[in-house]
Design a protein around this ligand. Structure first.
Ligand code: MEV
Length: 314
């Protein structure tokens, strides 16, 4: 084993969250400018340590939600026959945690990449995503795999659970404004809430899952035809269904309304909801700046902008 690094980035789900858990398609974007980096450095003392903003200490003493990552690391060590190897694993992340930007999946992806690099072992995409499922399952219970697929991708992804993710074309015009409510959203709790609704009254709630799936398909057509207003409409349709599924929140609704009033073509929560981030679609960068100002006035803790032209710039 030698010192090595692994990288990943933030993700934003354009459309399809929650429904993707039940086999519907989703579209998500890697945000390459918001990075996460893991460095694994071998040590002689047999101690296995983590250094990050959220946890500093021995791997064995980590508490939830870090235990998902410790499970992943323990299994990687068994795979590399290095159970008693000492190391320090340093996580440097620009991603806000528990805001729907995929921080747990991004951590897992960068850790797996760092260990494979440290043991000079080639890593294909399917193996990477299978490993990421180890910690994502421990953290969220029933992950679709979308977060891991996107935080490890170079381009926007068209994703259906169980199938290989595919790159999807984005128009060269259009800007997404991303805004953080400043409130934590817990993926496990939100996914569990939707599962409860479906268990309690399948006939009432399954059509909402299907309407999100249909909105994702129509959004894919809008993207292929460079039709931003049609895309915005599908974002609003998905938001209405997500709200009926109980995964929006007053803080998200306030930002979504502010974005619409400031001229957004569509707006919705992104990620698991019940807090976290929202996205608004703007025609161009001038409109995006107006929307971002309105979002700050309405209480956004932070905003980012993602220009669709970035999606082809790899
Ligand atoms: C969380 O970022 C996305 C969800 O659809 C859960 C999942 O896909 O595993 C809510």
């Amino acid at each position: 084993m030698h010192q090595a690094k692994g990288e990943s980035c933030a993700k934003i789900i354009l459309i399809g969250e929650h429904a993707v858990v039940y086999g519907q398609p989703a579209i998500a974007l890697p945000i390459k400018s918001i990075k996460l980096q893991v460095t694994v450095t071998p040590t002689q003392d047999h101690q296995q340590k983590i250094r990050s903003t959220f946890y500093r200490g021995l791997l064995a003493d980590a508490q939830p939600p870090f235990t998902g990552l410790t499970k992943l690391i323990s299994r990687l060590l068994v795979f590399f026959s290095a159970e008693s190897q000492g190391f320090t694993l340093t996580i440097e992340s620009a991603l806000p945690a528990e805001r729907g930007m995929g921080s747990s999946a991004a951590c897992a992806i960068a850790i797996i990449r760092a260990f494979y690099a440290a043991f000079d072992t080639p890593l294909d995409r399917a193996t990477l995503l299978n490993w990421a499922a180890v910690s994502e399952k421990a953290i969220h219970g029933n992950p679709s795999g979308l977060d891991a697929a996107t935080t490890s991708a170079d381009r926007p992804q068209w994703f259906i659970r169980g199938a290989a993710p595919k790159a999807i074309h984005f128009p060269s015009r259009g800007v997404l404004v991303i805004a953080d409510t400043g409130e934590m959203g817990q993926t496990g709790a939100a996914v569990g809430h939707v599962a409860d609704l479906l268990r309690r009254d399948h006939a009432q709630f399954q059509p909402l899952i299907e309407s999100i799936g249909l909105a994702s398909r129509k959004a894919a057509v809008a993207l292929a035809q460079d039709d931003l207003p049609a895309l915005g409409k599908q974002l609003n349709t998905a938001q209405a269904a997500l709200s009926q599924l109980g995964v929006s929140a007053p803080s998200l609704d306030r930002l979504i309304q502010a974005a619409a009033a400031a001229g957004a073509l569509g707006a919705k929560l992104t990620g698991s909801g019940q807090g976290g981030c929202m996205i608004a679609l703007a025609q161009d960068s001038t409109s995006a700046a107006t929307i971002a100002q309105a979002l700050h006035r309405a209480g956004a803790a932070a905003t980012w902008q993602y220009d669709f032209s970035e999606s082809e710039a790899i």
